[in-house]
Design a protein. Structure first.
Length: 359
């Protein structure tokens, strides 16, 4: 009996559409899709007892050292909340920048779900320093005061800036001297390492970071992040916290296989290096345009600028991007592993045309 022919359904979106809203908007890197397909045959034991998750531990230890242990999870919010919960008690608090993702972009999950009080510090470039940490590192032993226990930093930061190795080293040394654990939100950690030209361990293990939310989705994965434990003595119960936080994947092999493909070779670096280069290209193309005010150093894969609101509205119809401060008119442009020079040049031309039109 002849099988009926099947037709491939067309995509529900314009596959040629491009934008600068987020590196989350990009599709999945072909090498990642291939890895998922290779992992798809037959049966594997669920909940992380599979060959791909076992292999993943070797891969991460190759980058971060023999004490590193990776716990795959679904998303970045989950990775951050689990990381903070694994290093705190219910009365503890985390010191972070007021611009930190855990403070403004996770719907209160660290505090509501994780039960971790956030102690914020104003940092215009989203980077903490030893001096800024000291503004909130007090009240130790006072039962009326949430106890500072962890410093949470982001690399690269929410405004596209990057901590240098020396800055990280000084910050971690100071935090440890106060008895504080250091967590790194590494949603764009690959972009930071690429920008600095250093291996991943140089900005984590080697400077003493204790636990990392290691990002993959923004660097070409379909989905998935990892809670990466670098200091086992500072962390407890990650397995249980992950399960209780609804972040334990039953078919974990498909998360682990993606990270294997990303990290076993240089795909992580290729993707991040390209995204960073496209951000620099965009910055160079628009920074002299009258009416565009770039507000942050462009060090990774994001450009922040102030535009007239009416121009923003028109440009967003051509190339989607986000407004991050409506009062000031600040917008964010993010480049991805699949952003092309033609994408950048086309958008830059649209910006120039809009700002020179006098509308």
């Amino acid at each position: 009996m002849t099988e009926p022919a099947t037709e491939t359904a067309p995509p529900l979106h314009d596959a040629q559409a491009r934008g600068f809203a987020s590196d989350n908007s990009a599709g999945v890197h072909p090498e990642i899709l291939d890895a998922i397909t290779r992992a798809n045959g037959g049966h594997q034991v669920a909940y992380g007892a599979d060959a791909y998750t076992a292999r993943l531990q070797e891969v991460f230890r190759g980058h971060f050292g023999e004490r590193a242990t990776a716990y795959p999870v679904f998303n970045g919010t989950g990775a951050n909340v689990i990381s903070l919960m694994a290093v705190t008690e219910r009365w503890d608090a985390a010191i972070c920048s007021d611009l930190a993702h855990i403070n403004i972009d996770e719907c209160g999950a660290p505090e509501r779900v994780g039960g971790v009080k956030l102690l914020t510090v104003s940092a215009p470039d989203a980077k903490l320093t030893p001096e800024l940490i000291d503004r909130q590192a007090w009240g130790f032993g006072d039962e009326h005061h949430a106890q500072p226990k962890v410093v949470s930093i982001t690399q690269s930061t929410e405004v596209g800036t990057v901590y240098s190795v020396d800055e990280l080293s000084a910050l971690v040394e100071h935090a440890h001297g106060l008895g504080l654990v250091v967590h790194m939100d590494g949603a764009r950690i690959a972009n930071a390492a690429a920008a600095l030209g250093v291996p991943l361990r140089a900005i984590t293990t080697d400077v003493g970071v204790d636990i990392v939310s290691f990002g993959g989705t923004k660097n070409g994965l379909m989905f998935g992040e990892c809670v990466l434990v670098l200091s086992p003595d500072a962390v407890r119960g990650v397995d249980f916290v992950r399960k209780a936080s609804m972040q334990l994947a039953s078919k974990m092999r498909f998360v682990s296989a993606q990270f294997d493909a990303l990290l076993s070779g240089d795909l992580w670096l290729r993707n991040a290096t390209h995204a960073n280069a496209m951000a620099r290209r965009l910055h160079e193309a628009v920074r002299e345009v009258e009416g565009v005010q770039v507000t942050q150093r462009v060090e990774a894969n994001m450009v922040f600028a102030v535009l007239p609101p009416e121009s923003t509205t028109r440009l967003q119809k051509l190339y989607p991007f986000y407004v991050v401060d409506e009062a000031r008119g600040t917008v964010r442009w993010v480049t991805s592993y699949d952003t092309t020079e033609q994408d950048v040049d086309g958008f830059a031309a649209a910006v120039r045309a809009e700002l020179s039109s006098g509308n």
